[in-house]
Design a protein around this ligand. Structure first.
Ligand SMILES: C[S@@+](CC[C@H](N)C(=O)[O-])C[C@H]1O[C@@H](n2cnc3c(N)ncnc32)[C@H](O)[C@@H]1O
Length: 387
């Protein structure tokens, strides 16, 4: 008994960008046959189709950096059909390979299926081209758990970060990122108003970004209109050039803005699929000062002054935290604001990296390269894809 392999080579495409489009559940009805005829809903990581024949469910292999797009289809009678689908790098671009197993069916039936699959892969190729050209269908992926940064945040962010944005403060960050990029293109996740991305682009690197908050992007584009930014969730969004970046970076503790472990894992996978072989992913992240929490206490102050009082509260069971800020306004009154995060240890990040096919290359306490020790309060970690 042999299987039939339906292959399609997509010239000029990277495996990463094809994976990104094919793995997007919201785009599935645009290329996979049979999914356009019924009511589609999302149930977590499953796509559910209520068709006249009954309920059909599709579940893909978890996000990964290996181009594995295997998916199980559960038919109305409960039968589960495994559909192995891979996207592979190809000398001319990327190659999709779908495996059809006869499973006791007559040859003619398998041949008919192969025709349908070939048509699916052809539609998928056209869809990848449309997405790359910025003409893809509009989809509404589920909202991430991150707090959404609004107009007011965008208006005040640059002033609030002025001390962290001077050439002296940013110098070591830019030096390290520039060196790690080795002249290749760079993607910043959560690019905000361009605090790091703009000076990095000014060093001559091709920098793009992914950012959830449209007002933050507007502010960035007021300063640097030509810096390409995709509006979306850094755990799922696809930037043009996916699969070709030398460097993806996520700094200033921002992985913590994704408040579930699943989203943080997905963020690593998303970073990995944007990288070229041998590319690097850099994360800058603080270490929560849990040693300052005596038994029974939930809050740690981090800034106590006349103008600002800041403290963090922690739930050490769920790894959730909230930063609380009381900031004095010009009229003397105090404004209260919060931001929420999930804290995560370096070892857990290393596991997320391993799940995404990345290997730790270096870990230092800061961008200048200070050794990472048991007393470090934050770390800069660099992982690499194979190749
Ligand atoms: C602390 S700032 C980011 C740090 C910034 N890169 C810097 O170095 O100044 C938080 C930014 O992350 C963005 N953000 C938060 N969650 C996000 C997500 N899931 N996807 C993309 N951007 C996100 C926010 O909109 C905001 O612009």
């Amino acid at each position: 008994m042999t299987s039939t392999h339906v292959s399609r080579v997509l010239p000029g495409r990277t495996a990463g960008e094809v994976y990104g489009v094919a793995r997007d559940l919201d785009l599935l009805p645009h290329w996979a046959h049979g999914l356009a005829e019924g009511d589609l809903t999302r149930d977590g990581d499953r796509l559910v189709l209520d068709s006249p024949m009954g309920r059909v469910q599709v579940r893909f292999a978890p996000l990964n950096a290996y181009g594995v797009l295997d998916h199980d289809v559960t038919l109305p009678d409960g039968t589960v059909v495994a559909n192995p689908l891979r996207v592979l790098p190809h000398p001319d671009g990327a190659e999709l390979v779908f495996t059809l197993r006869p499973l006791g069916r007559p040859e003619a039936e398998v041949a008919a299926d192969a025709v349908l699959v070939a048509a699916d892969l052809e539609r998928l190729e056209a869809l990848v081209a449309r997405v790359a050209a910025g003409e893809g269908p509009v989809t509404t992926p589920p909202a991430p758990s991150s707090d959404l940064w609004d107009e007011e945040d965008a208006r005040t962010y640059d002033d609030a970060c002025a001390d962290l944005s001077t050439p002296q403060a940013l110098g070591p960050t830019l030096d390290l990122l520039e060196g790690l990029a080795e002249g290749g293109s760079v993607l910043e996740l959560a690019v905000d108003t361009g605090r790091v991305a703009i000076p990095l682009a000014e060093r001559g690197l091709a920098v793009s970004g992914i950012e959830l908050s449209a007002p933050m992007i507007d502010r960035l584009h007021e300063k640097r209109p030509d810096l390409p930014v995709v509006v979306g969730d850094m755990a799922t969004a696809t930037a043009p050039g996916c699969g070709t970046f030398s460097l993806v970076y996520l700094v200033f503790n921002t992985i913590g803005n994704l408040r579930t472990q699943a989203e943080q894992v997905a963020c690593f996978a998303n970073a990995a699929r944007h990288l070229r072989p041998g590319g690097r992913f850099v994360v800058e992240l603080w270490l929560p000062p849990l040693r300052k929490l005596p038994p029974g206490q939930e809050a740690v102050p981090f800034d106590v002054g006349d103008e600002h009082l800041g403290f963090d509260t922690y739930d050490v069971v769920t790894q959730q935290g909230t930063s609380h800020h009381y900031t004095r306004e010009t009229d003397g009154r105090f404004r209260y604001g919060t931001s929420n995060f999930r804290y995560v240890w370096p070892a857990e990040l290393d596991l997320m990296a391993a799940l995404a096919g990345l290997t730790l290359e270096r870990r230092t306490a800061d961008f200048a390269g200070a050794p990472y020790t048991g007393e470090s309060t934050s770390h800069v970690s660099v992982w690499r894809t194979a190749g």
